[in-house]
Design a binder for this molecule. Structure first.
Ligand code: SF4
Ligand code: SF4
Length: 127
């Protein structure tokens, strides 16, 4: 099933923002500028990268995000490093397991990358 980007954003705001450490008690984003959140700033590219990847290995998704999203993200340095990622302040990177699961479910793809019972966000190691 194909969903619009607006639908995907709503799903991610429910599934990711709800567990994000930057979320305020009132439910709003606690970033100084919520528009800075790479998860939503780069959502079209992220959705395409995840849909183009079909793997049970989360590292394949990490690679797809690095190659298709980080490469054009304003926060990435020319050498591919990212201070935001290193400081675990990129929600896309920090909650990638949740993001992949939410987008794959929303678009009707099979999802079995997260072991049963895991509901907390997983912090992905930097490549
Ligand atoms: S930083 Fe991003 S994921 Fe976290 S609450 Fe704000 S908008 Fe949601
Ligand atoms: S890890 Fe850094 S470069 Fe990649 S999307 Fe997040 S903020 Fe952008």
């Amino acid at each position: 099933m194909q969903r619009s980007l607006e639908d995907l954003e709503k799903i991610l705001r429910t599934q990711v923002c709800s567990v994000c450490t930057d979320r305020l008690e009132d439910g709003n984003c606690g970033l100084e500028d919520p528009g800075d959140c790479a998860l939503f700033r780069m959502l079209p590219q992220t959705a395409r990268a995840i849909q183009a990847t079909d793997s049970d290995d989360i590292q394949d998704y990490v690679r797809a995000i690095r190659e298709n999203v980080c490469l054009i993200c304003r926060d990435a340095l020319p050498d591919g490093s990212c201070e935001t990622r290193e400081q675990v302040r990129c929600a896309l990177d920090a909650y990638l397991v949740l993001v992949v699961g939410a987008l794959e479910e929303a678009t009707g793809k099979t999802f079995d990358h997260v072991p049963a019972g895991v509901s907390a966000p997983l912090i992905m190691p930097a490549l």
